[in-house]
Design a protein around this ligand. Structure first.
Ligand code: PEP
Ligand code: MN
Length: 363
């Protein structure tokens, strides 16, 4: 019997609509991680390079910040645009930023590959219409008290202008809980999948409000089938001019990216990229394969101990044949002969790693 992993694409109902952020596709068979500091600030190009090295596929960095308090850092404004341009040039990654008002869209055009509409702006219908008219890709964050219907109605303001390049972004909602900044609504990923074909991104940073909880929420979002992650990352989190408490380091970002790649490899069809991207994926797969082989060897050891106590033979050739047949169905590209050779090599090497049983014999 084959048991499919109960993760991610296995639960998909629709063919998700594909949306582009520059050359990066959201809603396909990869889960891009959009990352960078909350705000574009002095040193941004270095911060962007660090996010790129950690595996980000898209850079975030807002030049205009929607802050709760007027005294807080409001962003560098137009002075931040050359930093965005330089980060884009040096890393080759697409960039997203947030317009606060309709007139900001033309200021950002030419500098960014997608517009982020922030949670506080989800109800700003003139801004939504203008984003729709711009024809640019829109990442529409969920308002902090918006229902799914209200959120999708906000998306309709963009799409009715003829722009279906829309990604929804769950970023946590206001609940009675105060330990976290917001409460990440993981249900949104499953439920919206039944309500719309638009891709769904998740921002664990603004949900958690604290860096130490971001990886758990990111992995929960990946397991539930998020199409992209949006994460705040800074090489020196405490020095961030905005949202310092929730910024993760590039090292932690890199672990989240690896987890995302591993889950994609387990649950989605392979997607070819550049040589560097394919090699990164191969490294991730090799890591996962060898971690699993280590676990497999431990299981084989436990089985052998019990077989030994029951005086049963070390090998069961009928079971080995069943394993070859089952795995051949899962790996048609490799074909039955190759799977046969691989399976027997794995079986023998795992047995070889188990302490020797002098009395063992083949069934
Ligand atoms: C942000 O992404 O920096 C931001 C302000 O998020 P939100 O609109 O979700 O609060
Ligand atoms: Mn922020």
């Amino acid at each position: 019997m084959t048991i499919e992993p109960l993760l991610v694409s296995a639960t998909r109902r629709h063919d998700t609509h594909r949306v582009s952020i520059g050359a990066v596709e959201v809603g396909g068979n990869t889960v891009p991680v959009i990352a960078g500091p909350c705000a574009v600030e002095p040193g941004y190009v270095e911060h962007a390079i660090a996010a790129h090295r950690a595996g980000a596929s898209v850079l975030r960095g807002c030049v205009l910040k929607p802050r709760t308090r007027p005294g807080s850092f409001q962003g560098l404004g137009a002075a931040g645009l050359p930093l965005l341009d330089e980060a884009k040039r040096v890393t080759g990654l697409p960039v997203i930023a947030e317009p606060l008002a309709a007139e900001d869209i033309e200021v950002l055009r030419g500098h960014v590959d997608a517009l982020q509409i922030g949670a506080r702006s989800m109800h700003n219908t003139p801004l939504l219409r203008a984003a729709g008219q711009s024809g640019m890709t829109v990442i529409l964050k969920r308002g902090m008290s918006a229902t799914y219907d209200e959120w999708l109605a906000a998306a309709d303001y963009v799409t009715t202008e003829g722009n279906r390049q829309v990604i929804l972004c769950e970023r946590g909602i206001r609940t009675f809980e105060t330990a976290t900044r917001n409460t990440l609504d993981v249900s949104a990923i499953a439920v919206l999948r039944d309500m719309t074909d638009l891709p769904i991104a998740v921002d664990p940073s603004h949900a958690a409000g604290a860096a130490r909880w971001v990886p758990s929420l990111a992995v929960a979002a990946l397991a539930a089938g998020a199409d992209a992650l949006l994460i705040e990352c800074h090489p020196d989190p405490a020095a961030s001019l905005c949202d310092a408490a929730q910024a993760i380091t590039p090292q932690v970002l890199s672990r989240i990216v690896q987890t995302s790649l591993s889950l994609c490899a387990m649950t989605r069809p392979a997607v070819a990229g550049t040589v560097a991207e394919c090699r990164a994926m191969i490294d991730t797969i090799d890591d996962a394969v060898f971690r699993m082989l280590e676990y497999r060897a431990a299981m084989v050891g436990a089985v052998q101990e019990q077989k030994s106590a029951a005086l049963l033979p070390e090998r069961d050739l009928d079971r080995e044949q069943e394993i070859v047949e089952r795995l051949s169905r899962q790996a048609p590209r490799l074909g039955e002969q190759r799977v046969d050779r691989l399976v027997h090599a794995i079986i023998e090497e795992c047995l070889d790693a188990v302490p020797v049983r002098p009395e063992a014999a083949v069934a």
